[in-house]
Design a binder for this molecule. Sequence first.
Ligand code: PMP
Length: 297
Amino acid sequence: MSTLHTLKQQENNINSIAYLWMDGAFLPASPPLSLFTHGLHYGTAVFEGIRGYQNKAFELKAHLERFLLSSARLSLPCPYGLETLIEACEILIMRSHLSDFYLRPLLWTGDRTLGISSQNANIHTALLLWHWEDHFSAIHKKGGLSLMPSDWLKPSSRSVPVQAKTSFLYGPNVMSKAEIEKKGYDDALFFDHRGRVMESTGANIFFVKNNALHTPIPDYFLNGITRQKVLKIAEKNGIKTYQRDIFKDEIETMDECFLTGTAYEICAVSLIEQHHFSCHQTTDFIKKSYQDLVEAK
Ligand code: PMP
């Protein structure tokens, strides 16, 4: 059983410790969801994942802007503007007194209609906040994540709205994660129909070769906020970066590999299928620089 799988079991009790804002009100507990919820049937929902450090959300505005863009992309306009959402998040965080937390904005189509059309659907918005359990220190201790290629290919941006963080895009991620965990790996690595490296189930990917960063172009996958931070860290520190097509057979020529994401932060990869990465020198530097950023007051 993978380490991430074991640690995930701790998430099962989050309902009992979550702080909640929904449709304009702070609530003591989650209201029951109707079985006729349109978003539950068709995956018409958008969400965000935001980390909080020392009682402050990291990159709150950037995440909420992406949340609003995702909802607009799906033609499901959020009933609340950026300022209102920021204020609701800040009050929720203050009320929780949590130092390290995870904040999950969620928007979905309600139970007014169950036809495919979302034209007349009512739209709900919620903010869920809970204590952040450290899922990754065990991974860092064992030297990094093990990845296994997914059997599912990333669809093109002509097929799905790749820059929207929408629930219906996560089906292959959930399936792949379950499949590779059964084989004892931590995470799945996606490729596209041309064999280009894409991303993992919840993070972007970087390789290091001769002290330079190589990372795929985010044309068929989410251009993560953490990914963009890493590119800035590299630029500031004179580390060369190549955003380019990276094919599967190149992986074994790379010196290092790491994943980037709000939850993963900067997480070394120790294994892709049978290929080991034992050096993490540049990864450790990026990881430390990112840590300095999130902890900066
Ligand atoms: N790709 C996927 C599929 C993700 O779910 C995430 C996490 N949001 C990322 C990449 C990384 O994005 P970010 O750095 O904005 O968290």
